[in-house]
Design a binder for this molecule. Structure first.
Ligand code: ATP
Ligand code: MG
Length: 158
């Protein structure tokens, strides 16, 4: 379905802010633009739910999470950055594999199956998008995904 992405993402972040129990703040850098995407709303909700709950799960007390939306070459980029434990460079690709979890002991304590990001990757790719991770250990992680923007009827640039 056709979705106003900015309204959609504010709605999702609002829901997280209402339900968050940890001492974590969520910042937004979301432009007031009319970005339209053609997506399955439930599936992209599932993607964001997983990425944002990971960010919360792996954040320290008092941590900040930044949610950014921007446009780049007719693509819409969404970035979720946390100040958490991070992911070692050599594992950055593997976190998108089924059942893969960095440091089993650490992750077991925090719960989960290791499916969240594998599903997110599948769903984003089914939308002709792409998802990837950047991270510095003990400093934080950024998960970014891109989705194609719907061509606007007006707004002139070729
Ligand atoms: P599930 O999502 O199925 O409940 P999960 O959160 O462990 O379980 P994924 O969401 O697929 O699984 O993430 C895979 C692994 O990647 C995690 O177990 C964790 O080790 C690592 N990871 C994911 N996001 C972050 C993050 N923001 N910071 C640090 N590590 C992360
Ligand atoms: Mg997860």
């Amino acid at each position: 379905e056709r979705l106003n992405y900015i309204d959609f993402i504010h709605h999702i972040v609002d829901r997280f802010e209402l339900n968050i129990s940890e001492d974590i703040t969520i910042e937004r850098k979301i432009p007031e633009k009319n970005y339209k995407v053609w997506v399955d709303k439930d599936k992209i909700t599932q993607v964001l739910d997983n990425i944002i709950s990971n960010a919360i799960k792996y954040s320290p007390e008092g941590g900040e999470i930044l949610i950014e939306v921007s446009e780049q070459n007719h693509q819409l980029l969404t970035k979720v950055t946390d100040e958490g434990v991070g992911i070692p460079e050599e594992n950055l690709e593997k976190i998108f594999e089924r059942f893969y979890r960095v440091d089993k002991a650490r992750s077991r304590k925090l719960g989960g199956t290791g499916l969240g990001l594998a599903i997110a990757k599948e769903l984003i790719e089914a939308h002709d998008g792409e998802v990837w991770a950047n991270s510095i250990e003990n400093q934080g992680t950024t998960i970014t995904f891109r989705l194609p923007l719907m061509q606007q009827k007006r707004g002139g640039r070729a």
